[in-house]
Design a protein around this ligand. Structure first.
Ligand code: FAD
Ligand code: ZN
Length: 460
């Protein structure tokens, strides 16, 4: 047995450490669809102190450590490549405290997002972070990727919900910053180093999250529009017209709508006719007696102004689920498209449709027969592109085309999933050489031996 694994076993025990050959395959990979690789060992600590011991030993042995949350990441960031030790946070789970007076929740990194949402709800609050992977992804993974999701337009990204963080540095030092104050300007805001840095600067072990009052009304409509100009005009209306209640604004280009409603037996197409764009609009409020009427009035105004061609309004919880099901059907892409590539690009909303109109023919010309669909959180400047991978084509060739066009539109190669392994070659499309040099200096300063998630995001 390797010395580092023997020492991990000796100090942490068999209940925490599983040597390489016995590690179940589920820890070999995340959702990005790369080739699975076995780790040198799997470590599953149940306390921050055990995380610290694991990192100290691996740092002494100069052995790579790959933090793992729910393994739903789409950038290859949690794959334990290069003979690294996999450090799963799944046993460091649970909500420790909900404090109604400060409206905060203190929880451990391995808590599954859905569990945290349910705990907040039970206490009369809303944890606004929400994404399709909610049943598997963990708070630690959400913060390490600065996850976005469906409610960013109202509540911001994961980063915006964090007040305090506990993290462990590469050498095992524990930084306990479980701040609950909304305002705390005493020195650098160190937690920001760990949020969105995909496990390359430290391991997140606990967090204090900000909660919102639980909404008491929810209205959802699915709209058909003539084109993208109407989507932009509708967004401007919805920001003010819904009295600050706009909570989701999800657009779908026709190729996406046709593919999903045509191929999935359980999905009913919400609208009878065909439209240039489709939009899912949601508002959440605190005045159930009047919110429904306000939403309906808003929709009627859209018809009068000619901003929507058709729309269906949810009349029940079941309707709400059915309308969201179209957008949430993205989880079925593996079934529909087989081998596919997933993009989370971003750009200002004003050029988004021009991007789609440039990208579609470019991909079709370069990869005959390719299927590409476009949808996403357009109010956040974020679109998802999903393409299949035609016979004889490498995913990297498709990526190069999509990202080259993103650079021309001055967009970003990652609006929400992170850089991980897959997008590393394209970081320079978005960040300047000076910015990347500073990222490297930070990495060297926090992790001088380069053990934390080696090979991800940036090379030292
Ligand atoms: P993992 O995949 O396990 O890890 C992700 C990265 O974080 C890795 O680099 C890992 O090393 C690091 N990491 C994990 N835990 C820690 C920790 N405790 N400390 C330090 N580093 C850590 N993402 C969005 O942003 N918006 C969406 O709408 C969205 N929808 C999705 C829908 C589906 C169906 C799927 C499969 C994925 C979706 N994702 C989305 C991507 C993914 O769910 C998110 O990136 C999520 O935040 C990852 O969490 P995880 O716990 O699974 O992390
Ligand atoms: Zn998304």
């Amino acid at each position: 047995m390797e010395q580092v694994v023997a020492q991990l076993l000796q100090e942490l025990g068999e209940g925490v450490v599983t040597p390489g050959e016995a590690v179940p395959e589920r820890y070999w990979n995340d959702w990005a669809g790369l080739e699975p690789v076995p780790p040198a060992a799997l470590v599953r600590p149940a306390t921050t102190a055990e995380v610290s011991v694991c990192l100290r030993i691996c740092n002494d042995h100069r052995r790579g450590v790959v933090p793992q949350g729910g393994l739903t990441g789409l950038a290859g960031g949690a794959r334990p490549e290069g003979g690294a030790v996999a450090l799963s946070l799944e046993r460091l789970a649970g909500v420790e405290e909900i404090d109604p007076a400060t409206a905060t929740m203190t929880l451990r990194a391995g808590t599954v997002l859905e569990t945290a949402q349910a705990a907040a709800e039970e206490a009369g609050f809303l944890l606004p972070l929400d994404l399709g992977a909610r049943g598997s992804c963990q708070i630690g993974g959400n913060l390490a990727t600065n996850a976005g999701g469906n409610r960013v337009v109202r509540f911001g990204m994961a980063r915006d919900m964090v007040l305090g963080l506990e993290a462990v540095l590469a050498d095992g030092t524990v930084l306990c910053g479980l701040n609950r104050l909304l305002k705390n300007n005493a020195g650098f805001d160190l937690k920001q180093l760990f949020i969105g840095s995909e496990g390359v600067l430290g391991v997140i072990t606990r967090a204090v999250l900000r909660l919102q009052p639980r909404p008491r009304s929810r209205a959802v409509a699915f709209c058909g529009l003539r084109g993208f100009a109407e989507v932009v005009a509708l967004l401007e209306r919805a920001r003010g017209g819904l009295g600050g209640q706009l909570s989701a604004f999800e657009a779908m280009w026709p190729g996406f709508y046709d593919l999903l409603t045509g191929r999935l037996a359980h999905l009913r197409a919400p609208l009878a006719g065909r439209h240039g764009m489709y939009l899912l609009l949601e508002a959440q409020g605190y005045d159930p007696a009047h919110d429904g009427a306000r939403f309906e009035g808003f929709l009627e105004g859209l018809f009068t102004e000619g901003l929507v061609e058709d729309a269906v309004l949810a009349r029940s919880e079941a309707d709400i689920r059915d309308l969201w099901a179209v957008r949430d059907a993205v989880a079925e892409f593996p079934q529909i498209l087989g081998r596919h590539v997933n993009f989370d690009i971003g750009m200002v909303i004003g050029v988004m449709d021009d991007y789609v109109r440039a990208c579609e023919p470019r991909l079709a010309a370069r990869f005959p027969g390719i299927r590409a669909v476009f949808f996403g959180h357009v109010a956040d400047g974020n679109i998802h592109v999903v393409t299949d991978v035609p016979e004889g084509v490498r995913p990297q060739e498709i990526e190069a085309e999509v990202y080259d066009l993103v650079r021309r539109f001055r967009g970003t190669v990652s609006a929400e999933h992170g850089i991980g392994t897959i997008k590393k070659p394209y970081l320079g499309h978005v960040r300047s050489p000076e910015e990347i040099a500073l990222m490297r200096r930070l990495k060297r300063s926090l992790d001088p031996r380069g053990i934390l998630n080696p090979g991800k995001v940036i090379d030292p």
